[in-house]
Design a protein around this ligand. Structure first.
Ligand SMILES: [Zn+2]
Length: 484
């Protein structure tokens, strides 16, 4: 018999209502799990328990699903990318940064660990990790304690800049082919890993950097293996214009024509669809294409909002029938804060408070992500689902008064009230401490890796600029000469 843990007399449980297929508050109840599986969610658990947790001042909720992240690289951009953008590229800093600022291979392991620590500290239990194939990836993912969907990314082309406005491409189709083969081998290795927490996603990197054949073959490979496929699509105005230049249609229309949209497809970020106010394309078909195909959208508000972009809008997509999940895409890896930003931006874009709610966002951040990952056993507290459980401290200063605990969590407390995290029935974070990784040591390595990345910028940047020129500090430094 697997050991059983019972959280008894929980003040509040975010329970899964099977009949109505939605989350609902269950006040004063018990949650029990045996091994990696939930065995009871209800009023009173009468079975045996090896470990009992007093739930009188806790909210018990399902672990959050981070549907889109880049753990190998994003921790290195703290203090670098938050205010970096290129006005002549419709504000996006994506291309300039990708070319000029990249952490080296030696640093990326620590980057992953820092990102994974941030996830556990903020209640994320499942993550789609979109990265190049880093050495030791499977071991790092297994050690983290997280449920990791490894999405080894590959492409037929790399972005390239010769000036500060035009997006160019350097094609190497053979590299894309080799990337797909290596990715499929890694996906197979993840699926058979003894932890039972790892699996894979087929991940052609971007709709604009992969040949049509590579995209089609990637989709076929995902179908054959019955795993999801994810691709960046409709993520910038530049990309939209490139797709119009090549094909005369929007990125979403092109993806539909290729036949790569289905319920197993996850688009990051499907923000610049044909009706978006920044592109003003002549058609109005993209939202309907997303609905009809069943394709999912990984919504990651932070990176876009920092440029001045937003999805228009989360509530509109949801009402149309698009399944949305929430991703981080940047540091911090904090889905709770992304939920807050998504709710606010949706209302600003719609000029309507009723367009969406915390309930909608919480659904997206749990079962929405799980659906996109084709996993009915994640993102919900119900007997038979995986024991991915988060305990939130209702006594935390930032939660009180905890009249509506999810609202307190999303609009105020965020990770500060996340007390304990179980993944696969194992306690992996408790009282602000990650139990599976050395967070401090990884942060020290990331700081050193960031220094190397900044030092190397002039040799990579199209204009030979220093990192300080590309992304100046937010304040002048006393004693230094003012910029000319
Ligand atoms: Zn991304």
């Amino acid at each position: 018999m697997a050991p059983t843990t019972c959280i008894r007399n929980a003040a509040c449980i975010v329970a899964w209502d099977v009949t109505n297929r939605c989350h609902a508050y269950l006040m004063d109840g018990d949650v029990a799990f045996a091994g990696d599986t939930l065995s009871f969610v209800g009023r009173q658990y009468d079975g045996p328990a090896d470990t009992t947790i007093d739930g009188t001042n806790l909210m018990v909720m399902p672990g959050l699903v981070d549907l889109h992240s880049h753990p190998s690289t994003e921790p290195f951009f703290r203090g670098v990318r938050e205010e970096h953008g290129v006005p002549a590229m419709y504000m996006s800093g994506l291309y300039e940064r990708s070319v000029a600022l990249q952490p080296d291979a030696a640093a990326r392991k620590a980057g992953k660990q820092v990102a994974f620590c941030e996830m556990l500290l903020s209640g994320i239990t499942s993550v789609a990790d979109l990265s190049g194939i880093d050495e030791g990836w499977i071991d790092i993912a297994a050690q983290s304690g997280l449920r990791v969907f490894l999405a080894p990314s590959y492409a037929s082309a790399r972005w390239h800049l010769e000036n500060g406005w035009a997006l160019k491409y350097r094609w190497d189709e053979a590299a894309g082919r080799r990337g797909l083969d290596a990715a499929l081998a890694l996906i197979e290795a993840a699926a058979t890993h003894s932890s039972g927490r790892l699996s894979g996603i087929v991940s052609p990197a971007q709709i604009d950097t992969c040949t049509t054949d590579l995209l089609r073959d990637s989709f076929a490979a995902a179908e054959t293996r019955n795993v999801p496929l994810t691709v960046h699509c409709a993520q910038s105005v530049n990309e939209f214009l490139v797709m119009v230049d090549r094909h005369g249609k929007s990125p979403v229309q092109f993806a539909r024509e290729l036949g790569i949209l289905s319920p197993r497809t996850v688009l990051g970020h499907a923000l610049f669809i044909d009706e978006h106010s920044w592109v003003r394309w002549h058609t109005r078909t993209d939202l309907g294409i997303l609905v009809d195909s069943g394709a999912n959208v990984a919504h990651c508000p932070s990176p876009f909002a920092r440029y001045g972009h937003t999805l228009e809008d989360f509530g509109r997509y949801r009402r149309a029938g698009v399944n949305l999940g929430i991703g981080t895409d940047v540091a911090p890896h904090n889905v709770i804060e992304e939920m807050r930003l998504a709710a606010i931006l949706a209302r600003v874009a719609a000029r309507d408070i009723t367009t969406t709610s915390v309930g909608d966002l919480f659904h997206a951040a749990t079962v929405g992500g799980a659906q996109a990952l084709t996993r009915e056993d994640l993102g919900r507290l119900v007997a038979g689902a995986k024991a991915d459980v988060v305990l939130v401290d209702l006594g935390n200063t930032w939660m009180r008064p905890a009249r509506d605990p999810l609202r307190s969590l999303v609009f105020t407390a965020a990770d500060r009230a996340v007390r304990t995290v179980f993944v696969h029935g194992v306690k992996v974070m408790d009282q602000g401490q990650v139990l599976t990784m050395d967070h401090a040591a990884a942060l020290a390595e990331v700081a050193e890796g960031q220094q190397r990345m900044l030092r190397d910028a002039p040799s990579r940047d199209w204009a030979g600029r220093s990192a300080e020129e590309i992304s100046p500090l937010s304040l002048p430094v006393l004693g230094n000469a003012p910029p000319m």
